[in-house]
Write a protein that binds this ligand. Structure first.
Ligand SMILES: *Cc1c(COP(=O)(O)O)cnc(C)c1O
Length: 426
């Protein structure tokens, strides 16, 4: 299977695309055509790793990783993504937070890291994975490359833009991971990383690589939990599953859209954003207007210029199965306790946006099966969630393990030169 650029000027293998990130013509890689999977292809599979291996094998065929798909998935995806049916029998929670850093981004980051470490040649200088994060990406990437020989990680996050627990998770890995608390915004962090990649002299001294969500290596593995949810629901005798997805840069929603195009039984897909309403506005008007992001209590979705929209526009003339909605902070604050009262389940502020969409469908008389995608564990956002529900939240073991480790982040000025200096001296 080859991948092609959204801008039409590049075509290469998936493995080449993994090492490259952005396509050579500045576009984003997408599959050249839609593979068609049948549910029989997954006859013996239920575990996330097994389903992911079936999905990824054709993408890795004819590459140095051709025989490694099962191995990569078993190593990277050793946790479950359960589809939990709520008390009304027709609303479901697709829990994507039982992984090491308590948010769905581990799925893509861990598979990408397992691929890249198998592609690395011996006796080459260490590669530094440089990542700017507004929260969950940084800890997922740091965790995925932690203690991998041949790799270092430099994580940049906005010192005042992440929750206290997010900050701890971003700063507790140590070893080959260095965390920088930047005196600025997420946009500053991104600009610093961009400048580092454009700095030829720096790259010659310090080989850099990226692991951000433009990498197709992060997107493809995310299809696995949608395939798994659709299959599990079908095997339980359920009707077709519709999914509501809290969205920022659209990576998670694209995985659902792609796996649907590849034949898995998914019905409608709702792309739900927070107060950053670029996506809903695009779907309403057909005009894409990127703008500076506004901070919200669902901070991992604070994206003003969703780069993955380019992938969506490249592939889908027919968007008839897509819905969008924007949910502001005040509504999130109401939805978290309302959801607890209705379903006896605590959700994170991101998940609450999708829950709000489904609540709207119910109010309009929609009785079909909807899965709300739970993108993070609520205990990761305790400073938002606990005041809303009026009690402390127990911390799951996976997170507690990291929270017990001392954290250490280095302060960094929001200037490209400051980053170049620390990368050269590290
Ligand atoms: C990253 C993230 C999102 C947004 O996902 P996209 O793929 O950027 O649309 C939503 N919720 C949480 C908790 C996240 O970490």
């Amino acid at each position: 299977m080859k991948v092609v650029s959204t801008r039409g000027g590049d075509r290469c293998s998936v493995v080449e695309a993994l090492s490259r990130g952005l396509a050579r013509d500045g576009g984003l890689y997408v599959p050249e055509h839609w593979l068609l999977f049948r549910t029989d292809d997954f006859a013996k599979c239920d575990a996330l790793a097994d389903i992911a291996a079936v999905l990824l094998r054709p993408f890795l065929a004819d590459s140095p990783l051709a025989d490694a798909a099962a191995d990569i998935c078993a190593e990277a995806l050793n946790f479950d993504t359960p589809l939990v049916t709520l008390p009304d029998g027709r609303t479901h929670l697709l829990e994507l937070f039982h992984d090491p850093t308590g948010a769905f981004k581990d799925v893509g980051a861990r598979v990408l890291a397992a691929c890249l470490s198998r592609l690395r040649l011996a006796d080459t200088p260490d590669l530094t994975v440089l990542v700017a994060t507004s929260g969950d990406t940084g800890s997922a990437v740091a965790g995925a490359f932690h203690r991998r020989p041949g790799f270092k990680v430099a994580v940049l996050f906005p010192d005042r833009g992440v929750s206290p627990r997010q900050k701890h998770l971003l700063s507790c890995f140590g070893d080959n991971v260095t965390s920088y608390a930047v005196d600025g915004t997420f946009d500053d962090c991104q600009a610093m990383v961009k400048a580092a990649f454009a700095n030829v002299g720096l790259q010659a001294a310090v080989p850099l690589t990226s692991a951000n969500s433009i990498s197709i290596g992060r997107l493809l593995p995310q299809m696995a939990y949608y395939a798994q949810a659709a299959l599990r629901h079908m095997r339980r005798g359920g009707a077709i599953l519709n999914v509501a997805i809290p969205s920022g840069n659209l990576g998670n929603a694209l995985a659902a859209i792609w796996i649907r195009a590849m034949g898995l039984p998914i019905g409608e897909i709702a792309i739900v954003s927070n107060a950053n309403r670029v996506l809903p506005d695009f779907f309403e008007t057909g005009i894409y207007t990127p703008r500076p992001s506004v901070p919200t209590i669902a901070n991992a979705m604070d994206v003003g210029a969703p780069s993955n929209l380019e992938r969506l526009r490249a592939g889908f003339a027919d968007a008839g199965h897509l819905h969008t909605q924007s949910v502001d902070d005040a509504t999130i604050r109401q939805r978290v306790p309302a959801f607890l009262a209705e379903f006896d389940t605590v959700i994170c502020p991101h998940t609450a946006t999708a829950a709000e969409f489904v609540a709207g469908r119910r109010a309009a008389g929609d009785l079909r099966d909807w899965a709300i995608v739970a993108t993070a564990h609520p205990a990761k956002f305790e400073s938002v969630v606990e005041p809303l529900i009026g009690r402390p939240l127990p911390v799951p073991d996976v997170l507690a393990r990291w929270l017990a480790v001392p954290a250490h982040a280095l302060p960094l000025a929001a200037q490209p030169e400051a980053l170049a200096t620390v990368l050269r001296t590290d």
